[in-house]
Write a protein that binds this ligand. Structure first.
Ligand SMILES: Nc1ncnc2c1ncn2[C@@H]1O[C@H](COP(=O)(O)OP(=O)(O)OP(=O)(O)O)[C@@H](O)[C@H]1O
Length: 758
């Protein structure tokens, strides 16, 4: 039904502004809406497949006829506002956003979902022959398995059975070729993948417990670290490993103080990534060529970072690779020993290898040349960390005797998913030509849907998952993929509100703990709690006032019997322009609490100086996550809350939930939320891709590079879309919000490509 009662007034879906829909949804979740006929509570359902509707959650009602009459009556009436919802007096058909597939009898701007149609007819591909039936592999897979001698490049399309090939090949070498298990080295990209390989290997008949124990399977780091421990144990004690980012950050923070860099405001995370990138390229500080001011600063921090580590005998993960490389090149007899020991080397995910890893593997394989590498250049997505697809693209040049086997049968995804992925990836110029074909088809095609914004996107997806689980699906069947961690905020919040089990692997700070977000929230908090110390610290940072002023503020607040916030007007040990700014700003805090949450944030940005902070420090060196984007995201989150106080309660609740989940072990049967990067190598029955719009996927930074003539980052973004699409086994849903970060969004260019048959 299209009508419901809210605060004793009738609301009609066709008359509601689209940007109010989410608020009505939240009100309905709180049980604030009721049926105008039977007065039972009703819910607003916002789903992917059909226009929004009010529904009776209980089965016992009989209001259809009466509701129809009421709907017709109210269709003709004019409404203005109900509670905090604004209702247009005249319904706008277009609502200011592009509408491709609009319907006229529902909320403004609603667009029906749209199936991808540019799918060629499915062809049946016969593959397997009887010779290798016992391994359950096809001809090409068999060729990759049985070619054990000499360099071999297995170019494997998405879902074509790389893991199956690697495990079967290892089993074949051990059981049929009788190669001693300790002569094999199998390198995987993640610890999870290494465990999975061992688990699968155990299921082959003929493989003994001893084989599994002596076989060296692991990540580059784990294998090379063992080598270092064996030969230089004293230098590589585990207690000297800088395991966490905060430990590494601490070192460069100290160095930054000496250099006069503002500790509170510098993007240390980016600096650490840059240092890591240089190390993976075997670039010592003296060899780095700084091209920008930022590079120059980080280069100096890099120098200090290395000096400190050396002095305290600490080491980081990158040092393990560099240390192993140096160990082998400096020690010819040791190298020879390892060349003999590991006479068969297998490397998974070879498209994401970096320079130092490649150099070590090349050294080890130099003598025997028995190097089998498996990868897909179309899935190379780690160039920001130093991995370089040119190693896979140039493998035949580096190993002229290499044999190449291409695996192009996709066993994971149905035909329409594989075709959609192919439509996109074929647009990349720098790639090896290959045509991946699906082995199965079903009638379901990938579906594009058009939420109003990020909030509605999250609501639609959670509704869809809930329905599917009610119909028998398991939570573990679902994954929600996004480009950057900050995009997970809305979906996280909606899942917290639902009772569905979910797991979010956090590799960064939770959204509300991000630097710019913390600062913006501090203003709101101080408007209500002018003595909040944490918020005051953030405010000092936002105003470029040193943190030690907090001490003075505490003393001043006692002396003048005023709040910490008011005490700021009495600070003397600061610049005159800062004193003036503070005097002007402090009275404004009182007004803030009367605004809506969004208005308050606008005010903080424009009138209270947060925009100055963002301009100066929000973006420093940060190409992926900009402070100004965080503030826009924060306004989207705030839009669902009228009062500042309500929004702050919501924020605290989400911070607590996020902490709670961080410490909780992964439940195997949960909905997964992850970045596309993390989804590499995984598969799920149903995949949702968030925000397939320009600026998100492809990311803004790649579009900027493209405008400046550099195509490389955009091609990597296209590979990310390819990886995302090819994780789906049966169902693929792609979200194309009409607005993102409060602005009109444009469908991703990859969507256009997906809808164009090659
Ligand atoms: N010969 C085969 N017959 C039937 N199923 C197969 C065969 N080879 C692989 N599969 C199945 O296809 C799916 C994809 O395999 P796998 O995960 O090994 O692919 P992949 O090449 O590593 O994929 P990606 O690179 O996209 O992560 C798995 O579910 C696997 O069991």
């Amino acid at each position: 039904m299209k009508i419901a009662l809210y605060k004793d007034q009738m609301i009609h879906l066709t008359k509601i502004e689209r940007d109010q829909l989410q608020k009505i949804f939240l009100a309905s979740q709180r049980g604030e809406l009721s049926c105008p006929c039977c007065h039972q509570s009703v819910k607003l359902k916002i789903s992917i497949h059909e226009p929004p509707l009010f529904i009776h959650p209980s089965q016992t009602f009989n209001c259809d006829e009466a509701i129809k009459a009421l709907e017709e009556k109210h269709e003709a009436t004019v409404n203005h506002s109900v509670g905090s919802f604004t209702l247009p007096s005249k319904r706008e058909i277009n609502g200011g956003v592009a509408m491709l597939h609009k319907t006229n009898d529902t909320v403004t701007g609603w667009k029906n979902p749209y199936e991808i149609r540019s799918i060629p007819p499915f062809k049946n591909h016969q593959t397997s022959s009887s010779e290798h039936k016992k391994y359950d592999v096809d001809d090409s897979q068999w060729e990759a398995i049985s070619t054990t001698e000499g360099p071999l490049l297995v170019l494997a399309g998405a879902g074509s059975g790389k893991t199956r090939v690697l495990t079967t090949r290892t089993a074949y070498m051990l059981t049929e070729k009788k190669i001693a298990s300790n002569r094999l080295l199998l390198v995987t990209f993640t610890t999870k993948a290494a465990k999975e390989m061992k688990k699968r290997m155990a299921s082959f008949s003929g493989i003994t417990e001893r084989d599994l124990q002596t076989l060296v399977v692991g990540t580059f780091h784990s294998i090379f670290y063992k080598m270092l421990m064996h030969h230089q144990g004293a230098l590589w004690q585990p207690n000297k490993l800088l395991k966490s980012d905060w430990q590494r950050e601490q070192i460069i923070k100290e160095a930054s103080r000496e250099l006069g860099i503002d500790e509170k405001e510098f993007a240390f995370d980016q600096a650490l990534s840059q240092i890591s990138y240089w190390k993976n390229h075997i670039l010592k500080p003296s060899k780095v060529r700084a091209e920008t001011d930022w590079d120059e600063k980080v280069k100096i921090l890099y120098e200090r970072y290395e000096q400190t580590k050396q002095a305290t005998q600490h080491f980081d993960f990158d040092d393990m690779l560099l240390g192993c490389y140096e160990l082998l090149i400096d020690n010819a007899s040791l190298l020879e020993k390892y060349q003999q020991r590991f006479s068969y080397i297998l490397v998974d995910e070879f498209q994401d290898i970096n320079k130092v890893q490649y150099e070590i593997i090349s050294l080890l394989a130099k003598k025997t040349q028995n190097l089998c590498v498996v990868g897909d250049d179309d899935q190379s997505i780690y160039s920001f960390r130093g991995s370089d697809p040119s190693y896979i693209l140039n493998f035949e040049t580096d190993f002229p005797k290499a044999k190449i086997v291409t695996l192009n049968c996709n066993y994971r995804s149905h035909h329409s998913i594989v075709s959609s992925a192919t439509n996109v990836i074929t647009n990349n110029k720098k790639r090896k030509t290959k045509k991946v074909v699906a082995m199965t088809e079903n009638m379901k095609r990938p579906l594009q849907f058009y939420p109003f914004d990020e909030e509605e996107e999250a609501t639609m997806i959670v509704t869809d998952i809930k329905e599917k689980i009610e119909n028998g699906a398991r939570p573990r069947d679902f994954v929600i993929l996004y480009r950057t961690n900050s995009s997970a905020r809305a979906i996280f919040e909606r899942l917290v509100a639902s009772s569905l089990p979910f797991y979010l692997e956090q590799d960064g700070e939770a959204f509300y703990r991000r630097r710019t977000v913390r600062k913006a929230l501090a203003y709101l908090k101080l408007s209500l709690y002018p003595d909040d110390q944490e918020a005051i610290k953030e405010l000092l940072g936002a105003m470029f006032i040193k943190q030690s002023s907090l001490r003075d503020l505490k003393a001043l607040s006692i002396l003048h019997d005023c709040s910490l916030l008011e005490a700021m007007t009495k600070l003397t040990d600061i610049q005159v322009f800062q004193q003036k700014k503070i005097k002007k700003m402090i009275p404004l805090f009182k007004q803030l609490r009367n605004f809506s949450a969004v208005e308050a944030l606008e005010w903080v940005e424009k009138e209270m100086g947060l925009s100055d902070y963002i301009k100066k420090n929000g973006n420093e060196g940060n190409v992926i996550d900009k402070g100004s984007d965080d503030l826009r995201d924060l306004k989207v989150a705030a839009a669902s809350h009228d009062r500042v106080s309500d929004f702050l309660i919501h924020v605290d609740h989400m911070i607590a939930k996020s902490k709670e989940l961080k410490g909780r072990p992964e439940n195997e049967d949960s909905i997964q939320l992850m970045t596309v990067h993390r989804a590499k190598g995984l598969e799920f029955k149903t995949v949702y891709i968030l925000s397939a719009v320009e600026g998100s996927l492809p990311h803004d930074y790649s579009l900027e590079a493209y405008r400046e003539g550099d195509l490389t980052p955009l091609e990597e973004e296209r590979r990310l879309m390819y990886v995302a699409v090819t994780r789906a086994m049966e169902n693929l849903y792609i979200s194309i919000p009409q607005k993102r970060r409060g602005k009109r969004a444009h469908p991703s260019r990859f969507i256009r490509e997906m809808n164009t048959m090659i």
